[in-house]
Design a protein around this ligand. Structure first.
Ligand code: ATP
Ligand code: MG
Length: 420
């Protein structure tokens, strides 16, 4: 570890900017600098996130690229440093361990401020020991274009009340940039200039990064290898189809294609567990089974799947996890990604034909809420015919999307397709 160069021993206040930085861009840099100035921190430490212990050589190389791009991007700011502590740490990397490690390096008096974007703030509760984390470091939540500021403030209020803490809220200049978009642009040969520092752009060119489609990235190899071991062959095929269908829908509706593909691949990751294993894992992960689930254990696989995706496949993105969680029952007010996974599961090309399927397929690319309504309706009818109990989430979802349809008669859809 080369973290001796961090030079934070005598700092009174340091800020930590954690991220995948795949690649680092101006959104990250302007956020870090704005927070530094606002809270008067002596240093901002950028910490590229670690990867799971199963990393193969390709993944190690890939970590090194993320680290080096972060160094390049931050080198002209004397207040910025980069730490290798997460990428060098063997085993799973948890933020709590990183903060504890930083505390060892700096003095007892150093205050640590952890920066999180509006999208990442909801993920904190899914991290290891959030309560202790809130105790040992301060959190700075920053705005991010595309994420509702009022919702962010409400979330912060909720955390403050629950954990009896104070969180810092800072508005940063709105740069609508994401690493996902940059990677997609490289694949599609679109320019990335002015989205990230020149040095990083040159580095990406030099090493030909992100040129291959994201589907060929090591993370997806890892997911597929594991799924092979736990899913029946037909289910494995189904997950591949759902992932592709979800990616197509995401592209059409302007959602994050990579997240849709990931959630599609993992949506059934807990479906082929034997009943005893399902029950055992529910107990291990504190998943409470309601009456309907107790009678129909197959309903549990989506709730358990979200937890397995997080623990075994190291997915921390709350949007992906929720899309997995609600892909069977649905729920009112689903996010765009949640609807996409629900629908992709219903319409993937290898689905056995049934009455109404073609209509749902057509509606999926015209009006997602209407597609949700018809899909929920036929699933509920089918289950009633089989004398199965219907989960209350599905019933309230049906009710919700029926109302949406009524409103949609006035306004065509919640989501108007935008040209990108
Ligand atoms: P990806 O698209 O791969 O998820 P990203 O652009 O979201 O990448 P991350 O490395 O995931 O970047 O983000 C690290 C941290 O920076 C997170 O807390 C995130 O919320 C924040 N962040 C990223 N981009 C912006 C931005 N444009 N404005 C404000 N905060 C941002
Ligand atoms: Mg992100």
């Amino acid at each position: 570890m080369r973290d001796e160069i961090l030079d934070i021993k005598n700092c009174g206040k340091i800020a930590v900017m954690g991220g995948t930085f795949d690649p680092i861009h101006y959104g990250h840099l302007v956020t870090a600098e704005t927070v530094r100035v606002k809270i008067n921190a002596e240093k901002v430490i950028f910490i590229p996130t670690g990867r799971p212990p199963h990393k193969d050589n390709k993944m190690v190389g890939y970590d090194e690229h993320r680290y080096l791009m972060t160094v390049l991007a931050t080198s002209n700011n004397p207040y910025f440093s980069v730490s290798r502590m997460e990428i060098d740490r063997p085993g799973l990397t948890y933020t709590i361990d990183t903060i504890k490690n930083l505390k060892k390096i700096c003095s007892d008096k150093t205050e640590i401020y952890f920066i999180t974007g509006a999208d990442a703030i909801n993920e904190i509760l899914t991290w290891k020991d959030p309560e202790e984390l809130f105790k040992i470091c301060n959190f700075v939540a920053v705005t991010r274009p595309g994420y509702d500021k009022d919702k962010l403030l409400a979330t912060l209020k909720g955390f403050e009340k629950k954990y009896k803490i104070n969180l810092i809220f800072i508005e940063v200049p709105a740069l609508s940039i994401s690493s996902t978009d940059i990677r997609n642009r490289v694949v599609e040969d679109k320019p990335i200039k002015y989205l990230l520092p020149d040095e990083v752009e040159q580095y990406i060119k030099k090493y030909n990064l992100y040129k291959t489609s994201f589907k060929k990235r090591p993370l997806f190899n890892f997911i597929n290898q594991n799924l092979h071991g736990v899913l029946k062959p037909t289910r494995f095929e189904h997950t591949q189809n759902v992932a592709v269908e979800a990616a197509n829908l995401a592209k059409f509706w302007g959602a994050d294609v990579e997240k849709a593909y990931t959630a599609g691949l993992l949506h059934d990751c807990a479906k082929d567990f034997p009943p005893e294993k399902t029950l055992e894992l529910c107990q291990k992960y504190d998943i409470e089974l309601d009456d309907v689930m107790k009678h129909q254990l197959d309903l549990v696989h989506s709730f358990l799947g979200a937890v397995i995706a997080q623990n075994d496949y190291l997915i921390n993105d709350i949007e992906i996890l929720n899309a997995i969680k609600y892909h069977t029952t649905g729920k009112p007010e689903m996010s765009l990604l949640e609807k996409i996974i629900y629908i992709a599961d219903v319409i993937e090309p290898a689905r056995k034909p049934y009455k109404g399927l073609e209509e749902i397929r057509k509606l999926s690319y015209e009006n997602l809420d209407k597609a949700m309504y018809i899909a929920l309706n036929s699933t509920i009818d089918y289950n009633r015919e089989k004398l199965r109990m219907i989960h209350s989430l599905s019933l309230s979802a049906l009710n919700y999307y029926e109302n949406c349809m009524r409103k949609n008669n006035r306004k065509t859809s919640d989501y108007t397709k935008t040209i990108k």
